[in-house]
Design a binder for this molecule. Sequence first.
Ligand code: OGA
Ligand code: NI
Length: 343
Amino acid sequence: MGSQLLSTVERREVLPVSYIRPESDRPRLAEVTTDSNVPLIDLASPDKQRVIAEIGLACRTYGFFQVINHGIEGELLEKMMAVGLQFFRLPPEEKEKLYSDEPSKKIRLSTSFNVRKETVHNWRDYLRLHCHPLEEFLPEWPTNPESFKEIVSEYCREVRQLGLRLLGMISLSLGLEEDYIEKALGEQEQHMAVNYYPQCPEPELTYGLPKHTDPNALTVLLQDPSVAGLQVLKDGGRWIAVNPRPNAFVINLGDQLQALSNGAYKSVWHRAVVNAAQERMSVASFLCPCSSAVISPAAGLVRDGDAPVYRSYTYDEYYNKFWSRNLDQEHCLELFRSAQQLE
Ligand code: OGA
Ligand code: NI
C-alpha cells in the first residue's frame, strides 16, 4: 500500500470523508478571535530583569509568547522556509522513499498525526527529523533538495542556542538558578517537524493539527510569514489566532515545563487550522529532555507540607505514553498526577 501523503496528490475539490470531523468537533472559525495582547518579547531589550519578568508573566498567563530580536538572521529563516517548501514539492517517488508512519523512526516523512491510532485524519504532511547531536543524524537526512542539509543544520544549531537561552530565562523567572532546567533535563534531544498544510477544500470540517499540547520541554515555532493558522486556547475556552509576525518565533511551553514548574506554568492547548486559499508551512523545533531524565516538580516550587502536583517519571515513560494515544484526548500530564493529588 502506498502512503497517504497529501502533497503527492492533485489538489482536491472535495474533502475526503476520512478527514471530516464530527459536528461537535469542528474549528468554528467564525468564533476565533485575534488577541492583540499576545505577549511579544524583545530579547534585545537592555533591561534583562524586565525581560525575565515579562517571560514569567507570559508563561503563567498564556503559556506561549512571541520573541523578536532573538539573534537569528531573517535570511536564515527565509531559507529554512523556502527549502522546506521545496522539499514538499519534490516528485512523489522521491518522497515515498522517506515515508513512514512508525513514530519511533528518527527520520521520516509522514502525514496527519498518528495514522495508525487515529480515527479521523488531519490535513497535514510533515517531515520529522532528529537534530541533536547533528553529526549523528545528518548522514540520514534528505539529500534532496541539495541545499537541505546545509540550511537546516545551520537553522537547528541556531535554534538550539536560542532555546537553551530561553530555558535559562524561564528558570530565572521561576526563581530558580539559571541552569536549573537545563541540568534537570539532561543532554536534551532536539526534534524538528517541518509541517506542510496544503490548501484545503473545506477548512471548516477538519484540522491541520487538532487541539494538543506538546509533550516536550520547549517548542520554538517558525510560522509561515504570510499565512495564519496557529490558534491557542485561552482560559474560558476561547480560541485565539496567533498571527505571524515577520522574523518572530512563537515559543510555547511543553508538558515537561508544566511538570517541572509544579503546574505554575502551563503547556497550553493549541491547534493548526487550514484554509481554502493558500497552503501553509511551519517549522517546529522541539527541545526534549534526554530520555533517561527524571522529571519532577522543582522542590523549591512545592510549598512546605504540600504534595507535588505531579509524580516523578522518566521522559522515556512520558514520551511512550504520549505516542500511544491519539492527539486530542485529555492532557497527557493528567496521567502523571502524584498519588496524593489523586486521593
Ligand atoms: C506542532 C504545532 C503548529 C503550527 O507542530 O506541534 O503545534 O502552526 N504546530 O503548525
Ligand atoms: Ni504543537
